[in-house]
Design a protein around this ligand. Structure first.
Ligand code: URP
Ligand code: ZN
Ligand code: ZN
Ligand code: ZN
Length: 510
């Protein structure tokens, strides 16, 4: 249901009939199969004061402990969504899920942390960060920030350092598309890659050739193709492949790791595969929409239906989805995000006469875990341990918060889900928890259901009811120099010695 029961303290002050035992600071999860990325085992999990204290079989506890029976079910780290846009001002409007509604939806779907993209204010990273800190005050689950870089000068360069050293940010996103607003050129990308490398921060790219997209949009409008299908036709896979290849080569030239967000096409995926095969540190993030949808609905006769599928890079023709699933199952792509960026049908209708004015973005923060379980695990494409890796652990490792997040280990944060593989889910805008009025996965059913979500040691989702309180989520600071940076200095040293060119070889001695 869309009704949240907001619990503002440790007790059921809202009076909505939740047994206060479920809000105990001590929880025992009994008899489930505990799954980490490295192994699975039948064990109990004991949680106290927000932290996992013990993981082992047959834990005995007193009666002040809230006990949850998980036999026959999987006990897994809560999902971490590496890619969301909550309360983002974009394309003359603002995404309709804020840090409360978006996170509540996430928790109902088994995601207990997300990393959102701070957009600078008039190019200022510091001002953007302050604005996002305010937006995030109402958080009901843990969150971190990436930061976009949209212009370049000495101030921005210094602000990147401040973000890394003082504000807990270890990744920066460069938009190679959205000409005239967020787009950067190769000159800025090179400066940004250099600064990321020196700070130990991960460079991320939205990889589409923005100049060519602009040209493709003009081409469609001149042909009179103004509907939502024009969006996909104006920015074909070749433009995603080109930008992905360019970003990968520039990151190789600078010798710094690269993270490609929302990999939507075979073209982009194959560039990542090639680079990884050559030993380059490139991370590829598919998003749920790219993994499970195709572009057919963009041609739907109903504008509300067609426009809800408009996102960038576009959802591709059938075939790309299966290829991306295969790439995920074989490790060519490493972790799954959503790019949750929702606009309601009124906002989408800004573009009824011109697809260029349809705000770009789809939902997914609530649906990601269920759809991935059904599409990848139920279908036999990945193991349950790999499910944990691609939905949680790998994200925690890349952004340097493992094993505080992404693991069911003694000492880790108590962000835990219980998934029943014998139950089922059904997705609908009527029952989802997002504020938007449509859902790109409308009507989908599948096997596996997140029955319990524990966030920060509190049961926040149980019996299909949310118990969330604004302000309970914490900002998770992320330190630089993740594992992706280890050995970069050695590779640089061997590069320099391989040059075999003396300094000032022919310089005159005067
Ligand atoms: O269409 C999308 N993806 N909207 C969000 C902004 C972005 O490019 O990630
Ligand atoms: Zn209630
Ligand atoms: Zn993007
Ligand atoms: Zn995005």
């Amino acid at each position: 249901s869309n009704q949240f029961c907001e619990v503002r303290s440790g007790y059921d002050e809202a009076g909505c009939g939740i047994p206060s035992s479920s809000l105990s600071s001590k929880i025992l999860i009994k008899g489930g199969t505990v799954v980490n990325a490295h192994q699975q085992e039948v064990a109990d999990v004991f949680v106290e004061d927000g932290i996992i204290v013990v993981v082992k079989p047959n834990i005995k506890v007193g009666d002040d402990v809230y006990v949850i029976d998980a036999s026959g079910k999987f006990v897994m780290p809560g999902g971490i969504d590496p890619h969301t846009h909550l309360a983002m001002e974009f394309m003359s409007t603002e995404t309709i899920d804020d840090f409360f509604s978006g996170q509540a939806a996430a928790l109902a779907g088994g995601t207990t942390m997300h990393i959102d993209f701070v957009i600078p204010l008039n190019g200022s990273l510091v001002a953007g960060f302050e604005a996002y800190k305010k937006k995030a005050k109402k958080s009901c689950m843990d969150y971190g920030f990436h930061m976009a870089v949209t212009k370049w000068d000495e101030v921005v360069s210094r602000e990147m350092e401040i973000m890394v050293k003082e504000n807990g940010i270890n990744s920066f996103k460069f938009f190679m598309a959205y000409k005239g607003s967020l787009m950067i050129n190769d000159d800025l990308l090179l400066e940004g890659l250099k600064q990321c490398k020196s700070l130990g921060a991960l460079a991320m790219v939205h990889a589409e050739n923005g100049d060519a997209v602009f040209e493709g949009q003009k081409r469609m409008i001149e042909l009179g193709i103004t509907g939502p299908e024009g969006h996909a036709l104006s920015r074909p896979p070749v433009l995603e492949g080109e930008a992905t290849a360019r970003a990968i080569r520039l990151a190789s030239f600078i010798n710094t790791p690269l993270y490609v967000v929302h990999v939507m096409s075979i073209d982009a995926m194959e560039e990542i595969a090639r680079a990884r095969k050559s030993g380059q540190r490139v991370i590829g993030e598919p998003v749920v929409s790219g993994l499970v949808l195709d572009d057919s609905k963009l041609w739907d006769p109903d504008f509300t239906t067609a426009s809800k599928y408009v996102m960038s890079p576009p959802i591709r023709p059938s075939g790309h989805d299966k290829a991306l699933q295969a790439a995920l199952s074989t490790g060519v792509l490493q972790l799954v995000g959503t790019d949750h960026c929702v606009f309601n049908s009124t906002q989408k209708a800004f573009g009824i006469d011109d697809f260029r004015k349809i705000p770009n973005g789809v939902n997914g923060i609530e649906e990601r875990m269920h759809l991935l379980w059904d599409t990848m695990v139920e279908s036999g494409q990945i193991s349950v341990t790999d499910f944990v890796r691609v939905t949680s652990t790998e994200c925690a490792r890349i952004f340097n918060i493992y094993p505080r997040k992404g693991a069911i280990l003694a000492g880790s944060d108590a962000d835990i889900i219980i998934l029943n593989p014998n139950s089922s889910f059904e997705i609908s805008a009527r029952s989802h928890h997002s504020r938007t009025d449509t859902n790109v996965y409308e009507g989908r059913r599948g096997k596996g259901k997140v029955e319990v979500t524990i966030s920060g040691g509190r049961v926040v989702w149980e019996n299909d009811e949310l118990k969330v309180s604004p302000g309970s989520g914490k900002y998770i600071e992320m330190r630089p120099f993740s594992y992706l940076f280890s050995g970069i200095d050695k590779a640089d040293a061997s590069y320099i010695s391989s040059l075999n060119a003396p300094v000032n070889r022919f310089k005159s001695s005067t």
